[in-house]
Design a binder for this molecule. Structure first.
Ligand code: THU
Length: 130
């Protein structure tokens, strides 16, 4: 799938956002090694800390459906700036695919693309628990 096709899927997923508090809607589309794409949008909560970002919604859908290896994720919002995954989402993605390509788009579909390990250098992983 091309970068723009993945961004289109993230943009469509953004419609599912539940963001009554921040009014900041985010969409994500995560491409698995199998070629299957899993989408997500942010789901907020009146107890703000219970909010889940779009990227983790997509990731948890994918993992619970058996996909464990990912090639790319596209993230988009209504913002004019490129939307980068937050730190928690970087860590969550890194658990499965530390080298995944992260495509950070703005509302005009302009984007920058960089590997996750550049966004999360020296990450903590299961190896550190040994
Ligand atoms: N948000 C995401 O969904 N992904 C990100 O990478 C950044 C933040 C959401 C969480 C919250 O619902 C809203 O954006 C404002 O922080």
């Amino acid at each position: 799938m091309t970068d723009l096709e993945l961004i289109e899927k993230a943009k469509a997923a953004m419609k599912g956002a539940y963001a009554p508090y921040s009014r900041f809607r985010v969409g994500a589309a995560l491409e698995g090694r199998s070629g299957k794409v899993f989408t997500g949008a942010n789901v907020e909560n009146a107890s703000y800390g219970a909010t889940c970002c779009a990227e983790r919604v997509a990731l948890f859908k994918a993992v619970t459906e058996g996909e464990r290896d990912f090639t790319a994720i596209a993230v988009i919002s209504d913002s004019g700036s490129h939307t980068f995954p937050c730190g928690i989402c970087r860590q969550a993605l890194s658990e499965f695919s530390p080298g995944i390509a992260v495509i950070c788009a703005n509302r005009n579909m302009d984007y920058e693309k960089l590997p996750l390990n550049e966004l999360l250098p020296h990450s903590f992983s299961g190896k550190d628990l040994e």
